[in-house]
Design a protein around this ligand. Structure first.
Ligand code: PEP
Length: 256
């Protein structure tokens, strides 16, 4: 059976109680949607508030610690996310790799911690512009997938249940308005898919591979119709219901 497209909004460090009005509108819009899975990852302080209200969308975190609890001031564990109603967490976003020096090994540990806590995971990978221009994009992303993806029975189980996804986000396309060429996206998603199957076997084919990087209502249809693109991770355009629901609408069309 074909996988349902997964459209996930990453609010990053944006949002407020007042902005939950947009999230509510997204939730209302998603009520009519049966063929696309919709989710939002607001900043930590809003997760519980949104999770308590939302009924049609998934709610998740943007990061978690590798440990369940302990002396890690300022950090939040996957178990805590699960406890307040989060259903998934994004790990290894390029902004965390950049701002917090996160390595592939750390990202994998976070992903394993999330699976152990019983929540889904979206593992982010993507090359810089210098790496793409140097002709190393597939090598870099392949290395990130091999180093960051959770492995073992928990990962296979999560993959089989649609709880393990990868977001391919070229760093140079995030928040810049520049979108990767569709042919490059198709090639990269195929390479990632092959790598995931090497790592997880058959179950690897159930891992959804989202594209991320300046996705909006105008370019979503073409990206989401591309072979191997099973969803989108959306930053800026997820902050307003109108622009985010336009992307959800494009996913519905691409999947019909
Ligand atoms: C992101 O940061 O995950 C992202 C894709 O951002 P934007 O859509 O704003 O490029």
């Amino acid at each position: 059976m074909a996988q349902q497209p997964y459209i996930v909004g990453n609010w990053k460090m944006n949002g407020s109680r007042a902005m939950l009005a947009e999230a509510r509108a997204i939730d209302r819009g998603a009520h009519r949607v049966t063929t696309v899975q919709v989710a939002l990852a607001p900043p930590f302080p809003l997760i519980a508030l949104l999770a308590e209200e939302a009924s049609a969308i998934g709610v998740g975190g943007q990061d978690c610690h590798t440990a369940i609890k302990g002396a890690h001031t300022g950090d939040v564990s996957a178990a805590m996310l699960a406890d307040i109603g989060a259903g998934f967490v994004i790990v290894g976003h390029s902004e965390r790799r950049r701002d917090h020096d996160e390595t592939d090994a750390l990202v994998r540990e976070k992903a394993q911690a999330a699976l152990a806590a019983g929540i889904g995971v979206i593992v982010c990978v993507g090359e810089t512009l210098a790496e793409r221009d140097g002709g190393h994009a597939e090598t870099v992303v392949g290395r990130q997938v091999t180093g960051s993806l959770p492995l073992g029975d928990a990962a296979i189980e999560a993959a089989l249940h649609g709880n393990l996804s990868i977001a391919y986000e070229p760093v140079w396309a995030i928040g810049t308005g520049r979108v990767a060429a569709v042919a490059d996206v198709i090639a990269m998603h195929a390479a990632i898919g092959a790598r995931v199957t090497d790592l997880l076997g058959e179950a690897g084919s159930k891992v959804r591979i989202l594209y991320g990087g300046s996705v909006n209502g105008d370019n979503a249809a073409e990206l989401l119709a591309a072979p191997g693109v099973t969803g989108a991770l959306v930053g800026g355009a997820s902050l307003a219901a109108e622009t985010f629901l336009a992307i959800v609408g494009a996913a519905i069309k691409a999947n019909s």
